[in-house]
Write a protein that binds this ligand. Structure first.
Ligand code: ADP
Ligand code: MG
Length: 237
């Protein structure tokens, strides 16, 4: 216990919540498959970043998480790697349609970055990733979603448009990520986020990442996450 506390302190990690798993020191400790380890090695990710050290065991255990860490700290892999594991763990869902992992991001640039990061790890498993955001043809995106995917990365407004057009169903969505929640709120996406959350089954796993935690986001987290573990890295949050 003392060791865990000291290790967290050395990485500037603070945690809140009950039964928080101990942070890992290496990717091998996460228990990833050989395929995933190979994909990680290919990225030349030597060891997990602090947010990854604490988030990976939390998310892999199926818990909801609030992750607070500054830009550039490696939050994308912290939710993408467990998303791949989550999808591979649900073979019974293979018969159904619609994404299993749903990631909301504030801008098309961020959605595209997450798309690229997801593809790196999804490829080896034949997991299909689609990205939908403003500034692209709705018809093209409609067709893309209709052709099927296990992961969708989206800006909130465009995802709502696609849901209205019935381009996808959320019936098998069980892993929801709200990335850069503070920026999504700054851009006025709160109603869209609430609508999306309301269309995803309540027994989902929910992950919320943000660089800051203003009161409005605390409220959203209270309303949409179940017994979350809160992980803060650095002086912010
Ligand atoms: P954030 O979402 O916190 O702003 P990103 O997920 O975009 O950060 O990661 C920032 C950069 O760090 C990216 O270029 C990413 O590829 C890289 N990165 C992520 N995890 C690791 C790691 N474990 N080791 C080295 N580089 C990493
Ligand atoms: Mg990010």
């Amino acid at each position: 216990e003392q060791d865990v506390a000291e290790y967290r302190k050395s990485l500037a990690i603070r945690v809140a919540g009950f039964d928080v798993p101990r942070p890992i020191k290496t990717f091998a400790e996460a228990g990833f498959s050989a395929e995933l380890m190979k994909a990680i090695a290919k990225q030349a990710y030597e060891k997990p970043t602090p947010i990854q050290c604490q988030s990976l065991p939390v998310v892999l255990s199926g818990r909801d998480i609030i992750g607070i860490a500054k830009t550039g700290s490696g939050k994308t892999a912290a939710f993408v790697l467990p998303m791949i594991v989550h999808i591979m763990d649900q073979p019974e869902l293979a018969k159904e349609e619609g994404p299993i992992g749903v990631v909301c991001a504030p801008t098309r640039e961020l959605a595209h970055q997450i798309y690229l990061e997801s593809k790196k790890f999804a490829k080896a498993y034949g997991i299909r990733v689609s990205a939908v955001y403003g500034g692209m043809s709705k018809l093209e995106q409609f067709k893309e979603l209709k052709s099927g995917c296990e992961i969708v990365i989206a800006t909130p407004g465009r995802l709502i448009d696609m849901l209205k057009m019935k381009a996808l169903t959320m019936s098998r969505a069980t892993y929801l990520v709200l990335d850069e929640a503070d920026r999504m709120f700054d851009l006025g996406f709160e109603p869209q986020i609430r609508s999306i959350v309301g269309q995803i089954r309540p027994d989902r796993q929910t992950l919320l990442f943000s660089a800051t935690m203003p009161r409005k986001i605390e409220k959203l987290a209270r309303e949409t996450l179940t017994d979350p573990v809160r992980v803060t890295v650095g002086e912010i949050g």
